[in-house]
Design a protein around this ligand. Structure first.
Ligand code: HGY
Ligand code: MN
Ligand code: MN
Length: 422
């Protein structure tokens, strides 16, 4: 396959779509679409993927970090590996496309490369990364952290409410936490991830392909206020130490600061309080404890640092105002912004143009496994449009033709990269 030639090994759009709809069936029936990492449903989805990888003729394995890998061995030993994939776990009440569209597209691309008898010099590896979404252990991108040497003993000791550690959970799904360092790769020559945009820009601008320039850094901070449980009926207002009110004031201020930072023109900035817990959570008891988790995202470390200073200030003020204590905020995760490889982006751009597709560059406000992969190899992401930009909700939707277009671009780029880079 020479540079610029049209690929005849285009993906089978119907097969891609059917597989995507088939794996979507592995969901909590009462809460579509939910396939949380480490759950029995996730295991069923993994088994289905394993069968599909095997059927496709891939060499199937699980690495020590619990990533499912389907490998097509290359013709030239030592040439290294071209990797493509995403994640098959979902958020609660998520969609049928976030992550898993990238896994199924990678499966389809692997099939098409084999069926078209394209003899790649590099190994080609199709990957389902373990637990990209934040989960009960409090850590996202578990598999891609493990593959890139960003998973440490402390993280493996994170526990879920019933006491199982993340390390035990990784073992339960087939990984080897005690050998996690063996999951780190040094042979990757390029990584490609197809993902729905999870935003409205491509749809609004009627663009086929989004070429991701950078993936935001994400900081997740846990804040806990401790007041005093009291009788809701007899405790005078001025004697209360109500942890929930301190939390509520903090949430409102976080929103105001984030709105201000987002308008400063210093890059993408958003902050969300998506987790709030009150104890004892009884309607006739003054709340004793109030816990929140902030998810803050920015391309700019400086903006993020300033935001964290503001958060410290407002939590101290709220604690003083309502006479409660604020525990030292706990940083649950702190990923830096990642730059996608410009050479791969330009390769993807020329492939898309040769396939008659329109493209635009854009940053990703969502986190992705590619953010970690970019630390050990050139990494690139292809976004495809999704309906009204909606994601992390059952209404998530992308057209089969859009998914096939994105997969064709990556298939073409892999063939050209393999041919031209050795
Ligand atoms: O939260 C995110 O940005 C990603 O969808 N896990
Ligand atoms: Mn997601
Ligand atoms: Mn995702």
């Amino acid at each position: 396959m020479t540079a610029g030639a049209k690929s005849n090994a285009l993906v089978n759009s119907e097969r891609l779509w059917n597989d995507l709809m088939a794996i979507a069936e592995f969901t909590l029936p009462e809460q579509p679409y939910t396939r949380r990492a480490f759950t029995p449903l996730f295991a069923k989805g993994r088994q289905w993927l394993t069968d599909k990888f095997t059927e496709a003729g891939f060499e199937v394995s699980l690495d020590a970090a619990g990533n499912l890998i389907g490998k097509i061995v290359g013709t030239t030993s030592g040439a290294g590996t071209i990797m493509l994939g995403s994640h098959s776990d979902t958020v609660p009440s998520g969609g049928r496309f976030d992550g898993v569209a990238g896994v199924i597209a990678a499966l389809e691309i692997g099939r098409v490369l084999k069926e078209s008898n394209f003899k790649a010099k590099h190994n080609i590896e199709v990957v389902d990364f373990l637990a990209e979404e934040p989960n009960v252990y409090g850590l996202s991108c578990v598999g891609s952290r493990g593959m890139t040497g960003n998973m440490d003993e402390n993280m493996l000791s994170f526990t879920e409410p019933a006491g199982e550690t993340l390390g035990e959970a990784i073992k339960r799904v087939g990984g080897a936490p005690n050998l996690i360092s063996s999951a780190k790769r040094s042979d990757l020559r390029a990584f490609f991830e197809l993902h729905i945009e999870q935003g409205p820009i491509l749809e609004q601008k009627k663009i086929d392909i989004g070429l991701v320039t950078a993936i935001v850094g994400i900081r997740r901070l846990e804040i806990v206020f401790n007041g005093e449980a009291d009788h809701a009926g007899t405790t005078p207002m001025n004697l209360r130490r109500d942890a929930a009110v301190a939390l509520a004031e903090t949430v409102v201020f976080i929103r105001k600061i984030a709105e201000d930072f987002a308008l400063r023109g210093e890059g993408h900035f958003v902050a969300t309080v998506g987790v709030i817990e009150i104890q004892p959570n009884a309607m006739n008891v003054v709340p004793q404890c109030a816990r929140l988790i902030i998810d803050a995202r920015s391309e700019s470390k400086d903006l993020m640092d300033r935001f964290m200073e503001e958060v410290k200030r407002i939590t101290a003020t709220a604690a003083e105002t309502y006479r409660v204590e604020c525990e030292v905020p706990k940083m649950l995760s702190n990923s830096i912004a990642s730059i996608c490889d410009p050479d791969l982006r330009s390769l993807l751009n020329s492939c898309a143009k040769d396939l008659g597709l329109t493209t635009m560059d854009l940053a990703s406000g969502a986190g992705h496994d590619a953010a970690f992969l970019s630390r050990i190899a050139p990494a690139a992401m292809v976004f495809v449009p999704c309906l009204r930009g909606k994601s992390h909700a059952p209404e998530e939707w992308a057209e089969a033709s859009a998914l096939a277009a994105g997969a064709n671009v990556i298939a073409e780029a892999i063939m050209r990269f393999d041919t031209n880079s050795l």
